[in-house]
Design a binder for this molecule. Structure first.
Ligand code: HEC
Length: 485
């Protein structure tokens, strides 16, 4: 018995085989669409090759009509048959590119209509290429004579549209229109891009005071390349449009403004922004955003319109310094390298640089629990003056560690939850004048330490739950509104 498969031509057999990955991909896209959350590292890694892989099928598909047309002339007739081969290759290329694209989209930060459209565009392309490949040379005459040229035209149109959507994903929605010459812009009825209006508005409160805050703290995750929760904070337009749950800023409505809620939560809250232990906004920065929303959250408000706005903060100056002086950071890191290498070996995962652009450290010893003791903290003393965030919660440290803590002069966040420390350690808090958040939850700290802490100029949050401190007259005025139980 000759099976029907054997009767098929080689191309048809290959074509059938190719249907399998296309269907598998279809299933993947339906079952596991991009949802913005981060995935395993290997998915992220493979996904990074998507931008590279997409260019092959784009180039190939354009070649097909050229081969078809040029192949019609007697001189180039030998080119004509190769169009079929190129179509097969294009189909395979689109499947590979779409699969990598899915990996990239699944690796986090991508969700929302733009990525969904781009994704389905990619899959449709695989299908269209496949149809072209199969239809070519089959329905040359009769009722279906136009099928192949029509589908091929459609394929190229979809390829163009999908590529454009991809460009928007990577470079921002206005990546083409941003630099479009004025005349052409008028002709096509394209409005002036929002990014441009914002940039030229340094005289406005938004341009001068608000946008720089987002630029320094938020756009690594809410910018043109990543837009977590489909929220971008790199232009006024996208800020106002909001994220996947709608607007995040409501004029004159602080309570209704999700963005404000997120930045004013305790830093330990899951919803707190910036996420992942990134440096929190300073008190002044939060205040600026608060005043701006209360004043109507407009992009045209004059820079000096809000009279009680905090002056330019030193924190902002620090950020710019850290951000731009890469050579200085490299030099400082080189000096520290031997001690850091030793410590990281001795205490894996405890000590990390704050960010790529910083020679400061984040220490999280809470992972080790009570195996981490005073002697261990003593060892970390080698880098004490560079620690900016430290969590010693539930470790075995005691007041013997006070002198080392006192040397952590750059600390912005200090967590000592459920440790044995008492007011003896409390006395050294007064020397940590960069401190913005301090947690002594469940420790032996009493109200005797409060006057010391009240002196800290930048403190925003003091967590004192499960201590003997009560919400009564013992709280100094300077701490009012900052103490949390
Ligand atoms: C390290 C990455 C990162 C940084 C930096 C960051 N965010 Fe986010 N942001 C996320 C992620 C991830 C989500 C989605 C998960 C969630 O809702 O918590 C999110 C969600 C949000 C949302 C909710 C949007 C919605 O509609 O669901 C707001 C508002 C927000 N961020 C504001 C900010 C602000 C303001 C900053 C800067 C001060 C900031 N973020 C910095 C990662 C980040």
């Amino acid at each position: 018995m000759t099976s029907w498969v054997q009767r098929l031509s080689e191309r048809d057999r290959l074509g059938l085989l190719t249907l399998a990955p296309i269907l598998a991909l279809l299933m993947l896209l339906i079952a596991l669409p991009p949802d913005g959350s981060e995935r395993a590292q290997w998915v992220q890694f493979i996904g990074r090759f998507h931008p590279l892989a997409v260019h092959l099928p784009i180039g190939l598909i354009v070649l097909v009509p050229i081969l078809e047309l040029v192949g019609r002339s007697a001189r180039f007739s030998y080119l004509h048959p190769s169009a079929g081969f190129v179509l097969g290759l294009t189909t395979a290329g689109t499947i590979a590119a779409a699969t990598l694209g899915w990996c990239l989209a699944r690796s986090g930060g991508y969700s929302g209509p733009l990525v969904t459209q781009h994704m389905w565009g990619g899959l449709s392309l695989s299908v269209l290429c496949w149809i072209c490949w199969m239809a070519r040379g089959r329905f040359e005459v009769g009722r279906f004579g136009l099928l192949y040229p029509l589908v091929l035209t459609m394929t190229i149109a979809v390829m163009t549209w999908t590529g454009y959507r991809g460009g928007q994903l990577v470079r921002g929605e206005d990546h083409l229109t941003e630099v479009m010459p004025g005349g052409m812009r008028k002709l096509l009825g394209v409005s002036v891009p929002l990014r441009m209006t914002a940039a030229s508005s340094a005289g406005t409160f938004y341009g001068a005071r608000i946008e720089p805050i987002f630029a320094a703290h938020c756009i690594t995750c809410h910018g043109s390349t990543k837009h977590k929760s489909n929220l971008r904070l790199d232009s006024y337009g996208s800020l106002i449009r909001g994220g996947k749950h709608g607007p995040v800023v409501k004029a004159k409505d602080l309570r209704g403004s999700e963005l404000f809620r997120r930045i004013s939560l305790p830093a330990t809250d899951d919803d707190f922004m910036p996420k992942q232990g990134k440096r929190p906004l300073s008190v002044d920065e939060v205040k600026l955003i608060e005043l701006w929303i209360a004043a109507g959250a407009s992009d045209s408000l004059a820079v000096d319109a809000i009279t009680n706005a905090p002056a330019q903060t030193t924190a902002a100056a620090e950020v710019t310094f850290e951000k731009f002086d890469a050579a200085e950071v490299a030099r400082q890191r080189a000096t520290l390298a031997p001690s850091v290498a030793k410590l990281q070996k001795q205490y894996p995962n405890i000590l990390e640089y704050e960010s790529r652009g910083s020679a400061n450290f984040v220490v999280n010893a809470s992972l080790l629990g009570d195996r981490f003791r005073d002697a261990d903290l003593e060892a970390l003393g080698a880098v004490a003056d560079r620690v900016v965030v430290a969590d010693f919660s539930r470790t075995g440290i005691t007041d013997h560690s006070a002198p080392v803590i006192a040397r952590m002069k750059r600390l912005r966040v200090l967590r000592l939850v459920d440790t044995k420390i008492t007011d003896v350690t409390g006395r050294v808090f007064g020397q940590l004048d960069q401190l913005e958040s301090l947690s002594v939850f469940g420790t032996g700290i009493t109200s005797a330490t409060l006057p010391t802490v009240a002196q800290l100029p930048k403190l925003r949050h003091l967590y004192v739950g499960e201590t003997t401190i009560r919400a009564d007259g013992s709280i100094p005025d300077a701490l009012k509104g900052k103490v949390l139980f």
